[in-house]
Design a protein around this ligand. Structure first.
Ligand SMILES: NC(=O)c1ccc[n+]([C@@H]2O[C@H](COP(=O)([O-])OP(=O)(O)OC[C@H]3O[C@@H](n4cnc5c(N)ncnc54)[C@H](OP(=O)(O)O)[C@@H]3O)[C@@H](O)[C@H]2O)c1
Length: 207
């Protein structure tokens, strides 16, 4: 299968609920072909029922060894084209800083940080072929605001933010656009959001 050259292709992780679900629906309604993921593909049925330009694919982000296979499966479905990668999926772990379990912190970092790094690495060659390539990271205000009982989550979003700023440096000389958004703001504005670039201006998540 391949998607016509003029159609934008977006990969959005974590679409079974919340921000990912809203983004997938908003993108599809604008004619964008969306590869939507969740751990259980059945949890995406309500999206594929609504739009035939949403392709549901299972993805467990906690297992980094899955991700290359996922990229290959996406490339096969889209004819090797991806214009937008939205790293939206995220997980939580509630604990005080004193009581946290390192094994749980590692699991959270695998999903919120390391899987994002790996997906960026794997999809960069496809995104660089696009004239409108974008990586969109769904961050959180907790990267700056230390919310109690969420120290691991807060730390993961701070790490994601700094990783994204650094990734942006390597994209300056190419047509690739790298951006990060605070999650709640995306949820409220649905597709248009306040980004974290110096200008703090409004950016659209899709062309
Ligand atoms: N909602 C907010 O107010 C808010 C505020 C700040 C930041 N954020 C950020 O925004 C993003 C989305 O948040 P949300 O509130 O919309 O979340 P949500 O409704 O809980 O949805 C999370 C999504 O991530 C997926 N996911 C979770 N763990 C996964 C794993 N191990 N492997 C693959 N997929 C996994 C879930 O899919 P499954 O069906 O597989 O569970 C689900 O589709 C997150 O990065 C979050 O940190 C949200």
């Amino acid at each position: 299968m391949s998607v016509p050259a003029q159609v934008t292709v977006a990969v959005v992780t974590g679409c079974s609920s919340g921000i990912g679900e809203s983004l997938a629906l908003a993108f599809a309604a604008r004619g964008i072909t969306v590869v939507a993921t969740a751990r259980r593909v059945e949890s995406l049925a309500h999206l594929t029922k609504k739009h035939d330009n949403i392709i549901a694919m299972p993805l467990e982000l906690g297992d980094l060894s899955n991700l290359e296979q996922f990229r290959d499966a996406v490339a096969e479905k889209t004819g090797g084209r991806v214009d937008i990668l939205v790293n939206n999926a995220g997980t939580h772990y509630a604990s005080t800083a004193m009581d946290l379990e390192i094994a749980e912190a590692e699991k959270l970092f695998a999903v919120n940080v390391f899987a994002v790094m790996r997906l960026c690495q794997l999809f960069l060659p496809l995104l660089r072929k696009s004239l409108r390539g974008r990586i969109v990271q769904i961050g959180s205000v907790t990267r700056d605001v230390p919310v109690a009982w969420q120290c691991v989550y807060n730390a993961s979003k701070a790490a994601l933010s700094q990783y994204t700023k650094t990734l942006r440096l390597v994209s300056v000389s190419s047509s690739l656009n790298v951006m990060a958004y605070r999650g709640l703001i995306v949820l409220l504005l649905g597709g248009a959001a306040v980004g974290d670039r110096g200008d703090r201006g409004r950016h659209r998540l899709c062309p």
